[in-house]
Design a protein around this ligand. Sequence first.
Ligand code: ZN
Length: 181
Amino acid sequence: MIHYVFCPLCSTKLDKAMIDGRDRMFCPQCSWVHYINPLPVAVAYTVNKNSELLVIRRAHEPALNEWALPGGFLEAGEEPHEGCLRELMEETSLVGHIESLIGIYHREVEMYGSLLVVAYKVIVHNDDITINHELFEAGFYPPHLIPEVRIPLHQQIIRDAAAIEKGKKSYRPLTVPALPL
Ligand SMILES: [Zn+2]
């Protein structure tokens, strides 16, 4: 993640000050404040018609070589659920539809800092996978054969999806109508 030393607007060296309850870097010349916000990520808990779960083995950092759920960063102007389906398509060529929201999570990752993660349950009707360069492999697995997923957030998403499945947990609808500002 980027830590500014100089103001990106006027190139003055930044100072530190308590602003809005936190230590933040700010520009003593033009008053620009370096607010740091989480990066939005979508994760796809993806099942096929046999209720098998899609897991992928990552070919890039962070968590290189780890089994995981597919997902990635949202683009500006993109609905979170659209970004989720786009990432799934890019990584595996699978076309799916959103069944439900599983949860919204916050995580700190050394490489990117703060992440805001939106996890959806996605259903695919055709499970022919073609992986891209971001993955070493990907496949659908029945519950007892799923490779060990060691990323804590992804473990939690899998647990939460199971709890929702058993009716022990639920979430409100996916999207709300857009309101004019
Ligand atoms: Zn400045």
